[in-house]
Design a protein around this ligand. Structure first.
Ligand code: LMR
Length: 309
């Protein structure tokens, strides 16, 4: 039986960590691709050698040759610069747009049927770049961010409540930036609304911490940004595609009228299956939530204009 093939472009912290999570979950054969000679090969070999201990038997290889993308079912683009303290994600745009463009060209050439997941920042503009450059249908180009932001939100809620993080259900929509929208009214612990359990002040502090969750880690690390949860979030999405699981995950998807927005990528809940985005789940937002989404859209469009595409 043919095994799934997952290619991760960019063998830096996020890419290598995504490879690690994907191997550990036994998602399929993994190719780590990077322009820096030796790095993807060395990391892939190191990861491969953890197989006997961790119990996986995937093929894991590293390469500098983009022709090796051929046959990929899912491609995850992580290549690009990470921010440092004092920088916003938007400060990465000019450099990362060139990197994502060249990666996307290679994906379109060598893996024209894959589902493409984009992790490079600023994500909403980089996924738009990949969408434009590949010419893939909107179903097959998806940005990672909602899984990461929602995981942060769930973590902070769980900490405040003293409960297991996995029992907290919560959704973050909109841009992967300061204007993101952690929905308070829908957050719950095993079905119990968090608004019944935490004060408005406590919830406001958690929302604010979630919106600035990436910067909090950048300020600790000083030399780069988060990678464990971004890598896992991308793999969670890849797994939903590869297993056709119909999981509902918040992702940056190209909207065509959903929630009243069109022609841009925004974080929304989507059903993921083997074709990629099967459907965006729409529901009625309150006026305040709709306004926050409009602010996200404005910020995304500013980024899109800066890509020059
Ligand atoms: C994150 O949210 O951790 C990533 O987008 C990296 C960053 O620059 O914050």
């Amino acid at each position: 039986m043919r095994r799934n093939k997952i290619t991760i472009i960019g063998a830096g912290n996020v890419g290598a960590t995504a490879a690690h999570w994907a191997a550990s979950r036994g998602l399929g054969d993994i190719l780590l691709l990077d322009v820096v000679e030796g790095v993807p090969q060395g990391k892939a070999l190191d990861l491969l050698q953890s197989g006997p201990v961790d119990g996986f038997s995937n093929r894991i290889t590293g390469s500098n040759d983009f022709a090796d993308l051929a046959g990929s079912d899912v491609v995850i683009i992580t290549a690009g610069l990470a921010r440092k303290p004092g920088m916003s994600r938007d400060d990465l745009l000019a450099k990362n747009v060139a990197i994502v463009k060249s990666c996307a060209e290679q994906v379109a050439k060598h893996a024209p049927d894959c589902v493409l997941i984009v992790v490079t920042n600023p994500i909403d503009a980089m996924v738009y770049t990949a969408f434009k450059v590949t010419g893939f249908p909107r179903e097959r180009v998806i940005g990672m961010a909602g899984v990461l932001d929602s995981a942060r939100y769930r973590t902070f809620l769980a900490e405040a409540l003293g409960v297991a993080p996995r029992d907290v259900n919560a959704l973050v929509m909109g841009i992967h930036g300061d204007n993101m929208l952690p929905l308070i009214r829908l957050a719950n612990v095993a079905g119990v609304p968090v608004t019944d359990l935490l004060s408005a002040e406590e919830l406001a502090a958690i929302v604010h911490r979630t919106q600035h969750g990436g910067a909090e880690i950048v300020n600790h690390l000083k030399t780069g940004s988060a990678f464990y949860t971004p890598g896992l979030a991308a793999v969670e999405m890849a797994e939903a595609v590869l297993t056709d699981s119909k999981r509902v995950l918040p992702c940056a998807a190209y909207v065509e009228g959903e929630f009243g927005f069109s022609g841009c990528f925004l974080g929304v809940p989507v059903v993921l299956g083997d074709k990629g985005v099967e459907r965006i789940i729409q529901f009625k937002l309150t006026d305040e939530e709709q306004k926050a989404m409009a602010e996200s859209e404005t910020a995304v469009r500013k980024q899109m204009a800066a890509t020059g595409l």
